[in-house]
Design a protein around this ligand. Structure first.
Ligand SMILES: Cc1cc2nc3c(=O)[nH]c(=O)nc-3n(C[C@H](O)[C@H](O)[C@H](O)COP(=O)(O)O)c2cc1C
Length: 337
């Protein structure tokens, strides 16, 4: 990973410093760019909340070779880690690789390692079209995310997403307030449960709603017919001053776990962080910015190498917390005084 990160630092110059810990400090306010909105307090809170969780170490047990696999929304995954949807390589990362090359690296790298990558959406059409093409090339192994557009654009994109062969799609409902989109004449809007259920009912694909931060909205997602949620504050890019995802995850997950899939993202940086999110109630996690660094620095090889690193760290943490299966993680592995 050292060479991949070095290359990414050169290629993302002016957009991402590839810091030793990706925590939102150096890039605060850089949206567009790789940062968090405003003071970046939401981005920083994601990282800080995970760092504040610590493990109960256990080594008197029989867990030698833990099982990292999970089943999620009809997919059997080698590990509970997905690449989060990220688009806009040119205006967020400097454009030293093309949108097509970037998203192919994400989707094919994740598939190579037995997991899934997601694709993003934005105003320029090439963002979603590059993503959809990569998912199609991967035989449907990917999750296309579409923004909550106000217009027919949503349904047009949904039809195209279905044609990729994907069995799950997602909507980042927390993009509802993105002023940048409105300024570009392409409004997105919040949607009530009735509007969401009408949208979800339009497609045979399972739907994940991304950007849930409270237990009541998790319930509304279930009522609207979603089969999954992502507990997420969009990596701190849409609203300053939210809590970190790891702070709210237990409560949000408790409201709906067992009924729908619960994913979480924001500040996950290592296999240990993955296990912390699972212990707090996630079935799987998404990771954003570190996958961008891996893809820009090393394309598919970089993404595959990053997943290998995460898997190694996850296995090591599972062994030292006595966790036999990623599909069944006890909250008791986390230290409480
Ligand atoms: C440059 C950039 C672009 C993003 N684009 C999208 C997008 O198109 N759709 C979406 O749902 N989320 C988008 N996100 C949010 C990520 O999917 C994810 O929620 C976030 O990056 C997770 O936090 P992390 O980067 O700290 O892991 C974007 C994030 C970044 C940094």
């Amino acid at each position: 990973m050292k060479d991949i990160r070095k290359k990414a630092r050169e290629r993302m110059k002016g957009y991402c410093r590839v810091c030793p810990v990706c925590n939102g400090v150096a890039c605060a306010g850089q949206v567009p760019g790789m940062g968090g909105l405003g003071t970046a307090s939401s981005f920083k809170a994601n990282v800080a909340a995970l760092a504040a969780e610590r493990f109960n170490m256990r080594s008197i047990h029989t867990v030698e070779t833990p099982d990292t696999s999970v089943s999620l929304l009809g997919y059997d995954l080698s590990m509970p880690v997905l690449a989060a949807p990220i688009g806009g390589v040119e205006f967020n990362m400097g454009g030293s690789v093309s949108e097509e090359d970037y998203i192919r690296a994400i989707i094919l790298g994740c598939r190579e390692k037995g997991t899934l990558g997601c694709t993003g959406d934005g105003v320029p059409a090439f963002i979603h079209s590059a993503g959809f093409a990569a998912i199609q090339e991967a035989g449907g192994a990917g999750i296309p995310f579409i923004k909550p557009w106000e217009t027919a654009e949503l349904f047009e994109k949904l039809e195209k997403a279905e044609a990729t062969g994907a069995i799950v799609w997602g909507m980042d409902i927390d993009a509802a307030g993105l002023v940048t989109l409105k300024k570009m004449g392409r409004p997105v809007s919040p949607k009530d449960a009735k509007a969401l259920s009408a949208i979800i009912a339009r497609s045979k694909m399972k739907c994940i709603l991304k950007g849930i931060m409270t237990p009541d909205e998790a319930r509304l997602a279930v009522d609207a017919g979603a089969q999954g949620i992502v507990v997420s504050n969009h990596g701190g890019r849409v609203l300053d001053h939210t809590p970190g995802v790891a702070e709210v995850l237990s409560a949000v997950s408790s409201a709906v776990r067992g009924e729908i899939a619960v994913l979480a993202d924001g500040g996950v940086r290592s296999g240990g962080d993955v296990l912390k999110m699972l212990a707090l109630g996630a079935d799987a996690v998404m990771i954003g910015r570190p996958f961008s660094v891996a893809a820009v620095g090393g394309l598919q090889t970089g993404v595959a190498a990053y997943l290998d690193t995460l898997r190694g760290e996850l296995i090591q943490t599972m062994v030292l917390t006595g966790t036999a299966r990623a599909a069944e993680v006890s909250p008791r592995i986390l230290y409480r005084s």
